[in-house]
Write a protein that binds this ligand. Structure first.
Ligand code: ZN
Length: 432
């Protein structure tokens, strides 16, 4: 054990020297031009696995590790990835899968999923020589769980400090522009190195939900009835907790998180849209499994969840306060009603489970799954203007109905204004 520890610290020291050496080196490189990653590959076997990325110029880097699941996180300045978005799906040796993308403004990230505990044996950047590109190289070797945890613990503190220093887009938290109009936060799921689900024809969830959300934003803005903010309007990763913070920071009247699900081969006949709300107890196993998939976003992007676990549990127990929960349910039911006339719906189209992105305790929140990327027709439809127009129109109509009932009739409670036939206690919360 002592030997392993000593070896581990020696290896970390070696990595640090490589890092410092590179930092000093790349400080001289042209810092105005963004590095472009043109190719990346894995080599080696279960004893030693090498990850190599070809770059148009050397970059600085910082490497950290995360456990449960085992991940190696490589933080880089903004790199433009000229790679197949699903390039990392094929693993090799000690790496089962890897991802890349924009992690925050000016900051890119690569996450390697390790099949077992690994140690960073070497990490360096080679400058470009004649016709050879610059290369980022990291060698992973097998280690014990104990040694991995030691290294992960040490790097977690550093990574947390570095992440805290990352300035996220400041304009997201501008105060509400016009308090007379409801403010809606649209939240396109995933982004950056978290691609979300992948369709049978290669459609990426992060792209399809962003396009759709931008269209929805334009329609809402054109109506003149709402202010709209986006959690992201580019291909960038936003942690789930940050999405909740953005909605709360804007004192939003509604958060709509937009996704497109995918299910495993064998269930590829499942299709249709669905609407989800927060609940401590999932309404069924399908909703629980979906929430688990959606909640993996932060794990996929290499976020250390250790320091926010309590936060989420507290909020779930508090259940986002009853009033907010009722409004969320009411919106979800309204949305399902509107979608019914415009789109195919899943069985039981309103379900609930512990979605982390819906945990703002003072912002009514719902998550809509537009359809299934694992279903050929759904995937095709999502790319058509006609479907997008119909679907976004239905969501605007639902938002109109929701706010008409919530704010329209000043002295009436929602239970009085809700359609008598549809109202039940979760549909029609009373204004407090
Ligand atoms: Zn999703």
């Amino acid at each position: 054990m002592a030997l392993v520890r000593r070896m581990a610290s020696r290896l970390v020291a070696a990595a640090m020297i490589a890092w410092l050496g590179t930092a000093a080196f790349s400080a001289q490189a042209d810092s105005d031009v963004t590095a472009v990653a043109r190719d990346a590959r894995l080599a080696g076997d279960e004893l030693r696995t090498r990850f190599v990325m070809d770059l148009t110029k050397p970059v600085e880097f910082a490497v950290s590790t995360l456990s449960d699941p085992y991940r190696v996180v490589i933080d880089l300045p903004h790199v433009s990835f000229d790679l197949d978005p699903v390039a990392g799906r094929d693993g090799r040796g000690l790496v089962s899968d890897w991802r890349f993308g924009l992690f925050a403004a000016g900051k890119s990230r690569i996450v390697l999923d390790a099949t077992e505990p690994v140690s960073v044996d070497k990490v360096f950047v080679l400058p470009s020589v004649s016709d050879q590109p610059a290369r980022f190289v990291i060698d992973l070797v097998k280690t014990t769980r104990a040694a991995f945890l030691d290294e992960a613990e040490a790097s977690a503190a550093e990574a947390r400090a570095a992440n805290a220093a990352v300035a996220r887009k400041g304009d997201r938290l501008k105060p509400q522009a016009d308090a007379s109009r409801p403010l809606i936060v649209l939240d396109p799921g995933h982004g950056g190195l978290d691609t979300g689900a992948t369709g049978t024809a290669g459609t990426l969830e992060k792209a399809v939900v962003l396009d759709f959300s931008l269209l929805l934003r334009d329609k809402l803005m054109e109506s003149g009835r709402y202010d709209v903010r986006m959690t992201r309007d580019t291909d960038i990763f936003i942690p789930l907790r940050e999405r909740v913070k953005i909605a709360r920071g804007h004192q939003a009247d509604l958060l709509v998180s937009v996704h497109a699900d995918s299910v495993r081969v064998g269930r590829s006949q499942v299709r249709g849209a669905g609407v989800y709300t927060l609940s401590e107890n999932a309404s069924d196993e399908i909703a629980a499994a979906l929430a688990e998939r959606e909640n993996r976003s932060d794990v996929i992007a290499g976020i250390d969840l250790a320091d926010e676990a309590d936060d989420v549990t507290d909020i779930l127990i508090d259940l986002a306060r009853m009033e907010t929960k009722k409004f969320s349910f009411f919106f979800a039911r309204t949305l399902v009603d509107e979608l019914r006339g415009s789109a195919e719906l899943v069985k039981n189209p309103h379900r609930s489970a512990g979605f982390r992105v819906l945990t703002a305790h003072d912002v009514p929140s719902a998550l809509v799954e537009l359809g299934y990327l694992s279903h050929k027709l759904d995937e095709k439809l999502m790319a058509t203007d006609a479907w997008r127009d119909r679907m976004s129109g239905a969501i605007v109509a639902a938002i109109d109905r929701y706010f008409a009932r919530r704010f329209g009739a000043a002295n009436m409670t929602l239970s009085q204004t809700a359609d008598a036939g549809k109202a039940d206690d979760t549909d029609a919360p009373a204004e407090q």
